[in-house]
Design a protein around this ligand. Structure first.
Ligand code: NI
Length: 254
């Protein structure tokens, strides 16, 4: 059994073949899928999918790339949707200095605000950190986000940073990048992070793992991520699958 903890299958890319994508995930042993939110305009669709499909869960939050969409209305929407039993986390939220360095202060502000909402409601945070490791870590520590649980989604830091995150009690989520031949850092991370801190994800439609690299990603392919991590660690596929499933179930109350 596998769980894809981060999959943007609410995107229009999947609209016409949604049932097919879900069926294929099941064929590949993917038991549950979590759809993270990126902007308020998408929250309703995520909840609809959660209600229609027993194995789909969601999160709500404003992504740093969508920071213009964060206002008082967005904040109250996030609070409202978090009451839903299948909305299991606040996310994806975080910092992205690759995308736009001109609004760093605003990014930090809305990241922190959303962590505080998560803490108030008691649900974990799904964190997007792109070229912003230091500030992301500082804010997570300062706000004691680990009290509710932290997922470092699509982890891209060094092995040392991964272990710093582990010491803070954060979870490290790995996706298709770990299967890329030249992804030395991520492969090292996959080897050293304790199994009880690892989560699997696809980040579909992005980051498609080998052997489908270059094609559109989908939740089924989380299987290739698990296989590669098992190879790197020298353990069985089942060991990785079971541990990461248990972690996701516990942290996200799936
Ligand atoms: Ni994402």
């Amino acid at each position: 059994m596998l769980i894809d903890t981060h999959s943007h299958i609410d995107m229009d890319n999947y609209k016409d073949r949604f049932d097919e994508v879900i069926a294929e995930a099941k064929d590949f042993g993917v038991e549950k899928i979590v759809i993270p939110g990126v902007a308020p305009s998408g929250f309703k669709r995520i909840v609809e999918l959660c209600e229609k499909y027993e194995n789909i869960y969601g999160a709500v939050g404003v992504h740093p790339e969508d920071l213009a969409a964060f206002d008082a209305d967005a904040e109250s929407l996030i609070r409202e949707y978090l009451k839903h039993p299948k909305i299991v986390a606040v996310g994806e939220i975080g910092l992205d200095y690759y995308w736009d360095k001109s609004q760093i202060e605003r990014q930090k502000e809305i990241f922190e605000k959303q962590i505080l909402i998560a803490k108030e409601i008691g649900k974990p945070v799904l964190v997007h950190d792109r070229e912003a490791h230091f500030d992301t870590f500082e804010i997570l520590k300062k706000t004691k986000a680990s009290d509710v649980g932290v997922v470092m989604h699509c982890f891209s830091g060094s092995p040392e940073f991964a272990m710093e995150c582990v010491r803070e009690g954060f979870y490290i989520a790995l996706g298709g990048v770990v299967t890329f031949k030249n992804a030395k850092k991520v492969k090292e991370v996959a080897k050293i992070v304790p199994l009880e801190r690892l989560l699997l994800e696809t980040d579909a439609p992005y980051m498609t793992p080998v052997p489908y690299r270059g094609k559109e990603n989908q939740p089924a392919y989380v299987k290739f991520v698990a296989e590669e991590i098992a190879n790197l660690r020298g353990v069985s596929f089942d060991e990785v699958a079971n541990a990461t499933c248990e972690n996701a179930k516990k942290l996200l109350a799936l």
